[in-house]
Design a protein around this ligand. Sequence first.
Ligand SMILES: Cc1cc2nc3c(=O)[nH]c(=O)nc-3n(C[C@H](O)[C@H](O)[C@H](O)COP(=O)(O)OP(=O)(O)OC[C@H]3O[C@@H](n4cnc5c(N)ncnc54)[C@H](O)[C@@H]3O)c2cc1C
Ligand SMILES: *[C@@H]1O[C@H](CO)[C@@H](O)[C@H](O)[C@H]1NC(C)=O
Ligand SMILES: *[C@@H]1O[C@H](CO)[C@@H](O)[C@H](O)[C@H]1NC(C)=O
Ligand SMILES: *[C@@H]1O[C@H](CO)[C@@H](O)[C@H](O)[C@H]1NC(C)=O
Ligand SMILES: *[C@@H]1O[C@H](CO)[C@@H](O)[C@H](O)[C@H]1NC(C)=O
Length: 617
Amino acid sequence: MKILSFTALVAFILALVPSFVLASRVTTQDQLEYEYIVVGSGAGGGPLACRLAMAGHKTLLIEAGNDQNGNINITVPGYQAVVTNDPKLRWDIFVNHYQDQTRARRDPKFSYEVAPYKYYVGPDPPFGATPLGILYPRAGTLGGCVTHNALILITPHASDWDGIATITGDNSWAATNMDQYLDKSVMGVQPDPTISALTGLAGTLLVDPNSRLNPNRDSTQGFFQIPLIMKDGARKAVRDFIAATVKGGYNLTVRENCHVTNITFDTSGSKPKATGVNFLDGKYLYRASPLSGDQGTPGSATASKEVLISGGAFNTPQLLKLSGIGPFAELKSFDIPVIADLPGVGLNMQDRYEIPVNVKHGTDFNVLNGCTFDGKPDDACLTKWENNPYFLAQRGAYATNGLAGAMAVHSNYASTTDIDLFIFGGPVDFTGYFPDWNDASLADHKHFSWYTLKAHTRNTAGTVQLRSADPLDTPIINFNYFDTGTTAGGADTLDLNAMIQAVNTSREALRKYADYAILGGDAFVEEEPGPDVQSNEDIGQYIKDRAWGHHASCTAAIGADGDPNAVLDSQFRVRGVQGLRVVDASVFPRIPGVFIQAPIFMVSEKAADVILNGETT
Ligand SMILES: Cc1cc2nc3c(=O)[nH]c(=O)nc-3n(C[C@H](O)[C@H](O)[C@H](O)COP(=O)(O)OP(=O)(O)OC[C@H]3O[C@@H](n4cnc5c(N)ncnc54)[C@H](O)[C@@H]3O)c2cc1C
Ligand SMILES: *[C@@H]1O[C@H](CO)[C@@H](O)[C@H](O)[C@H]1NC(C)=O
Ligand SMILES: *[C@@H]1O[C@H](CO)[C@@H](O)[C@H](O)[C@H]1NC(C)=O
Ligand SMILES: *[C@@H]1O[C@H](CO)[C@@H](O)[C@H](O)[C@H]1NC(C)=O
Ligand SMILES: *[C@@H]1O[C@H](CO)[C@@H](O)[C@H](O)[C@H]1NC(C)=O
């Protein structure tokens, strides 16, 4: 008890003092001159800004959110669900899986707004509730979504990089060349020995799904531990790299609580040249934040070399469009002056499909005894985590993200030899994202979920469009799932069949897991999809109704010179203008690998290399 109240006191004090690591706020306009401006401090922008500053360039990193240093939600891996609900970081973005609203509402996660940032989830909403769609969690905070994500670091497949080399003819994208950027990335992999603390399964799992020693790694099936980006059982990621770079005395200024509203251009030459950004200073300005309401104070900054956009797969296309870069007709319809007519901005959006098989046991999982997953004073698992800071193996369940292990599977519907299903297992009741999903998934300790991520999905039909010309509005996001998206060559059916097979495989694993008594062991009932859902058709409908994703990407894609929808060239440069690049989840022509942050970290390092050492004409 004593320790917990002391921690609460420290957290409270830290919340009161401005974060000590960040450079002091520059206030006068004429001082806002930099060589590089990076917009967005997540997986793409954070490491990039650090590298540019470490190379001696005067760099401004602008972040709409703020530093949550000292907030225990961001450091305890076991709080990876709770942290997505923290109003100080969270952006509530609502998306459409289907544009047909009747079909969209078949998903029990479909949500409505009943009062500002108060939601109703499920069928039969109260009268007058405003339909919103499906929650897509995002973080507006220093470090971006890496500060609230599930910490899983799985490196992409060789084919992901080789594909970009083939499309662009730029061999620096070949997988053999990309390995160096994984080595350079400070977001190192730490295969996690506490797995045994959570499950007792350590002996039965292959250790490293990222193994480079195994030449057939991309096609190797089996059970794996889940590598997490953490150090000594605590989340250590992009936020910490940025803080260390500032502390190290490098020429990096972090401007937090600052929302970039558009990019400025010098249009006097033959090609418009990006010269800087306009922004609004203020806390929680974006309307996705439940703490929003303020209008902010306008300002601007200039970049003598380049402006680099790293706002993520939703915000990067929004910001490009607000700056006059995008499809001509859409820009015109909002009276935005056209700088470059690039029809591909906000198209080509891709994501994974994810689906669970959930069961409920008669008794609790012992391993979760004392874990409330919410930081309340009776959270004994937090005490254990806090009291053993230097002994990873003794920090307990909270030194994991709550998932026990993963199966890598090559389905019968894969297009290549690469595995195309990752199926995670853990003692949670996870059915996807919806308001307060964190409470629901951890409400009791009797549930176990096997949940699938489909890699190499074939649907490229997602879109990000402006809702208005107001930069503080969220964009309209349509994923156009399954048969409402890419159908050429049976793409939708192949993806769906692989997912049906994944449900079958998850059920098989459940039948076998009676062997792992430590998991809870005793009898269980299947809750989702439920015992009645057995035929391919019924399982397929369950998947179509309830699948979700959380690796949105490819919305400002690299492409070949002749491709009218290519937004970037192979050096991240925005086509049709000068001095502007995009470096984040948006750049991929095809969604990479199984998890997306490792490829983004690698892209961030590559971009720094290209900018510092490559051609920049
Ligand atoms: C709940 C959840 C769990 C996840 N778990 C994993 C996982 O375990 N493993 C994995 O590989 N991936 C995971 N992901 C995905 C991964 O974290 C993201 O895909 C990745 O962080 C995206 O990187 P990014 O640089 O493109 O954008 P982000 O990390 O989202 O960073 C963008 C930043 O830009 C800022 N920004 C945006 N617009 C503006 C503006 N106009 N002005 C100023 N700042 C702006 C935002 O505030 C944000 O901080 C998860 C995602 C979620 C939502
Ligand atoms: C940052 O860069 C600017 C411009 O190059 C230079 O004037 C300034 O001294 C540098 N500051 C530090 C702390 O290196
Ligand atoms: C952690 O997040 C929860 C929301 O999920 C919030 O209620 C709580 O205040 C946050 N804790 C801290 C220390 O900010
Ligand atoms: C950016 O916004 C400013 C202020 O709203 C506006 O005057 C300017 O035309 C915009 N620039 C571009 C390129 O859209
Ligand atoms: C899934 O399992 C069911 C029941 O065993 C079987 O009929 C079906 O063909 C399987 N589907 C796929 C896609 O593997």
